[in-house]
Design a protein around this ligand. Sequence first.
Ligand code: ZN
Ligand code: ZN
Length: 465
Amino acid sequence: MKNLQNLLKIILPICLLLIGCSKEKLLDDQSSDDQLLKQKSVSSKAVVASNLKPIGSGVMMQAFYWDVPAGGNWWNTLEGKVQDWSNAGIDAIWLPPASKAQNGAFSMGYDPFDYFDFGQYNQMGSVETRFGSENELKTLITSAHNAQLSVIADIVINHNSGGQSEINPVNGQSNWTKFTPLSGKFTRDYNDFHPNHNHGSDSGIFGGFPDLCHHQVRVQNELWKNTESVAKYYKNVMGFDGWRFDYVKGFEPWVVKDWKNEVGGFSVGEYWDGNAGTLDWWTGQAEVSAFDFACYYKMRDAFNGNNLNELNGDMLWKRNPMRAVTFVTNHDTDEIYNGKTLAYAYIMTHEGYPTIFYRDYEEWLNKERLNNLIWIHNNLAGGSTNVLYVDDNEYIAKRNGNNNLGLVVYINNADTWQERWIETNWSNTVIKDYTGHSGWEPTTQSGRWVKIQVPPKSYSVWAPK
Ligand code: ZN
Ligand code: ZN
């Protein structure tokens, strides 16, 4: 009896540890966020949506594309969709930059002017933004929260646009650096941009736009440190839950790390680089997630370039699955190609936090097929990954499962049906294809081997019936 107790003392904590690791560590960012939320939002008046799905438990929706219809209706359009998306297994929506930009009612938001004008001030030629009014945005965020969805803000802080011209005494040139927005918040002049008396430049400028200097204490205070900073206003007043940082190549990774440490929330950076090692370095420095551009390029070579061997290449999710946000296309790449659904089959069955592009879901691809893949992602795709077979036309991998069954995915880029014997994790078990593409329900051998099949230009996903 005594021995049993001792044994339990050893085994029980190990079991708890294993359970804790598998379920709660969905994403690196999430666990520390919850602690930060507890510490920092005690005194905040914001409605803290406590019933949100954990980010990373499902799939992110990129809820816009380049040049969505102008006219101030986009927030309303999205509001009509959030409940359906949540039902399908989406856990967060990523919105375009929501505040007033230089191009006013025509801007997609990436030329930010007044960070506190969400469509309530008459400046830059309009009151509303391209997407709608401040109230419409707040209504959308409330509806998303009611549907258990987190809302991710697109944060553009490398550059600004729409200022008046002034002479910069540092270099004697005139620059568009005099900002007096109608919100009256975060007024700026040449001191807040490069070059200034303290600092000449940072890691990158964007298209000649005035380049914010995050080394200036005043800029840090206005962007994330003050009570009324951009970050805290977005979080506490507008209700945003997380951050997508635009063009992070344009400044050093500590900026994102500082922001995140100040206000918490899931964070992902757009470090546009196909080198997995560089992406891994950036996520280590910034201590947040990054979009997996390495995976994006390799998938394009595989599914558009018709060589699935490319999937053996280096990707961020293979180095750090907790910090990889995978995607097939986005508002910048905005492309259609034949193997796109196969690429979705890849990211939905593999590690990393997958994103669905609005147009793929709502306009271009088969929504039922995507919903099936989201279901597979949320219910079967757990645990580590082993690649079982690759050639130019075929790719087979298995997920080993954690708190779910795991799966075997078979992707076929050939024009004919394929089949192969593979070693699963299951012995003497009836398995089936959860995509419905194959009606086969084979039984695995005692040695766990089984033959699976896949239709032409398609995929199948196998797990115990
Ligand atoms: Zn600087
Ligand atoms: Zn910069």
